[in-house]
Design a protein around this ligand. Structure first.
Ligand code: TEU
Ligand code: CA
Length: 545
């Protein structure tokens, strides 16, 4: 038997550096803060961390608009702090992966500043341009932020292309010099001893012909994802990562389970894939995601990738509202059931900072509290449609990315140690930090945090949970998932109730009399295994044999 690569038996933790831990009282999280919390991550049982972008950036999109790929934003610290962080993490056997944002740069990047000055500038062809005719954008495509993909540039009398904000011009991957520059940059980071990359917006690198009509409705963005020809770019990146021994997890919006085998698996371009299909997108008040959609897409991916590829499993990240709010109506027991789902599927689990504390969406009370630009634009759109301020704010923020970005709740003051500091954080602290925070929850054996920790350690020591096959047993009841994980000589039976009602499920004949022993549950006592099992609201259970 070949030993699996390290990342297949690892548990990941996503850090949003801006909100993780402030150490110099400026209201912004920093690298020293991450160093300070490494012992916590060790205690929790984490194997590696993924850092959202910490590069020099004007922060139009909180670091996803990079002005200098090879420098650390001064509010986070220095390159020397970064080296200290890597060394300290490695000393504790915690690996570090960075965010690689190469679909676009900031418009403040030296390349773009040069590119926009003249059609003859050597950097002009680093970006994507179309000539100007009658002051009309070259086509009518809408980008991911809801605006035109085109912005006019006076100096060259051209339009440049951007899938995100106008301050994030897309790189021209057809240009071999762009590829070479990016590969040099990756190599440089590898020399700083990092262990891998999360690849941002990876499926969007290849653009289709600008004559292509844009579909409407749910397929609107299909023309931006996984386009024919992307293989060339991915192959070149793959060869680089492979030669540098860097692990990769690629964000692959618009890639579907049936075609994902080209992406991950033995023949794939990346080690793991972040699929985006299980997410719900809506702006309801209060925000409620479709749990059956979550469970059915996750199981579709699990079945499709069994033994042929590897998923990065996540329920939260910096782009999504808090899972406990959208799937669990803020009921603390639901957080434990969500933890059970996250940590028992086949794939590498990624915990997003604060998820393990049961952090919830932020109850925004004023438009000044909004940071995320798309959220602010939504708010203005609702207002100009005549919706009253209060409701417009609720609608714009119920699904906002800001919900996941509020400061980490270490103490009753959030990520600060005192009341004064906690008043001037870059983004508001959720007021429920007074009741739900690390300091209190670590001492409470029944806390969400301690349930996470037990489950994490259980998975770490369990080869069947780490690498056994996934087999769906049933999903026929609303908001309930039953599956097994199977290795040659052992099985795990996992029952997850994500409904707020008591439920009775029936097990198929072939699963009875298997010598099941209870392992852990979100609520005790654990019922006996029989043809029918009664579950309490949000009760989830793991058995082993
Ligand atoms: O998000 C990318 C993203 O969500 C889209 O590319 C997605 O594939 C598409 O909406 C699917 O329909 C990443 C980061 O996670 C996000 O924070 C950044 O704002 C964005 O890229 C731009 O860099
Ligand atoms: Ca700071």
């Amino acid at each position: 038997k070949i030993n699996p690569p390290w990342w297949q038996s690892a548990i990941g933790y996503q850090i949003y550096p801006r909100s993780f831990q402030d150490t110099n009282h400026d209201g912004i999280g920093d690298l020293q803060g991450i160093i300070k919390r490494l012992p916590y991550l060790k205690w929790l049982g984490i194997d590696f961390i993924w850092l959202n972008p910490i590069y020099t950036s004007p922060n139009v999109d909180n670091g996803y608009d990079i002005a200098d790929f090879q420098n650390i934003a001064s509010e986070y610290g220095t390159l020397s702090d970064f080296k200290t962080l890597i060394a300290a993490a490695h000393k504790q056997d915690i690996r570090v992966i960075m965010d690689l944002v190469v679909n676009h740069t900031s418009n403040q990047h030296a390349w773009f500043k040069a590119a926009k000055t003249s059609r003859n500038n050597p950097y002009h062809d680093f970006y994507i341009w179309q000539p100007n005719h009658n002051h009309q954008p070259p086509n009518n495509w809408t980008n991911f932020t809801g605006d035109s993909v085109w912005t006019y540039n006076q100096a060259t009398d051209e339009w440049y292309f951007h899938l995100f904000a106008p301050e994030q011009p897309d790189l021209n991957w057809e240009n071999p010099s762009v590829q070479t520059e990016i590969i040099n940059m990756i190599t440089w980071w590898s020399e700083q001893n990092i262990d891998g990359f999360r690849l941002d917006a990876l499926s969007h690198l290849k653009k289709v012909s600008f004559e292509t009509p844009q579909p409407t409705g749910e397929h609107q963005f299909d023309i931006f994802a996984n386009n024919l020809g992307i293989e060339k770019f991915l192959k070149r990146l793959h060869d680089t990562f492979q030669s540098l021994h860097l692990m990769t997890v690629g964000e692959a919006g618009g890639v579907h389970a049936d075609t994902a085998r080209n992406w991950t698996g033995p023949q794939g371009f990346i080690d793991m894939i972040f699929e985006l299909e299980h997410q719900s997108r809506q702006s309801e008040v209060p925000p409620r995601a479709d749990i059956n959609h979550l469970l059915s897409s996750l199981t579709t991916w699990e079945k499709q990738l069994n033994s042929q590829g590897w998923l990065g499993i996540y329920l939260e990240n910096h782009d999504q509202p808090r899972s406990l709010t959208v799937y669990g109506e803020n009921n603390p027991v639901a957080a434990k059931s969500l933890a059970t789902l996250l940590l028992t599927l086949r794939g590498t689990p990624f915990i997003y900072q604060g998820e393990e504390l049961g952090m919830t969406n932020m109850p925004f009370t004023s438009p000044d509290q909004i940071d995320d630009l798309p959220t602010y634009h939504d708010f203005q759109r609702f207002k100009s449609a005549g919706i009253a301020t209060d409701l417009a704010l609720k609608k714009a923020t119920s699904w906002s990315r800001d919900n996941a970005r509020t400061p980490m709740q270490w103490t009753k003051f959030g990520f600060s140690d005192n009341a004064e500091d906690s008043k001037k954080t870059w983004l508001v602290t959720n007021p429920n930090t007074t009741k739900r925070n690390y300091q209190e929850d670590r001492e409470n054996p029944d806390s969400i945090l301690n349930y996470y920790r037990r489950l994490i350690h259980l998975r770490r020591d369990d080869d069947t949970l780490k690498s056994g096959d996934f087999k769906l047993i049933t999903m026929e009841k609303t908001n309930i998932l039953v599956f097994t994980r199977n290795s040659t000589d052992s099985q795990r039976l996992i029952v997850i109730n994500l409904s707020d009602a008591p439920q009775t499920i029936s097990l198929p004949e072939q699963l009875l009399n298997k010598g099941w022993q209870p392992l852990i549950a979100t609520i005790n006592p654990i019922p006996e295994i029989s043809q029918s099992i009664h579950l309490q609201p949000f009760q989830s259970i793991i058995w082993y044999n």
